[in-house]
Design a protein around this ligand. Structure first.
Ligand SMILES: [Ca+2]
Ligand SMILES: [Ca+2]
Length: 86
């Protein structure tokens, strides 16, 4: 499964105000165009329709982040169909 993960932790803004650290994790699964945590066949189809486009109208279709949708992007999304962010 391919996914990106970013972990963000806050930093105390003042040494005088002590708060507990807050840690939030979120994952991004390539092809999860609507951000609901899993990839559907419809999302893969949406990426397929954007193949050949530079700066596609379907947000997230260029899953490798290069701004161009290729068959390689589509292949990645197809592999993720049915998967969800762990
Ligand atoms: Ca989705
Ligand atoms: Ca690409």
């Amino acid at each position: 499964m391919m996914f990106d993960r970013v972990t963000v932790a806050d930093i105390d803004a003042s040494a005088e105000v002590r708060v507990a650290d807050v840690v939030r994790r979120f994952g991004v699964l390539p092809g999860d165009l609507d951000g609901n945590g899993f990839v559907t066949a419809a999302e893969a189809t949406a990426v397929k329709k954007q193949i050949g486009k530079r700066y596609p109208t379907t947000r997230g279709a260029a899953v490798d982040g290069d701004g161009v949708v290729t068959a390689k992007d589509y292949a990645v999304v197809r592999l993720n169909v049915g998967k969800r962010v762990p």
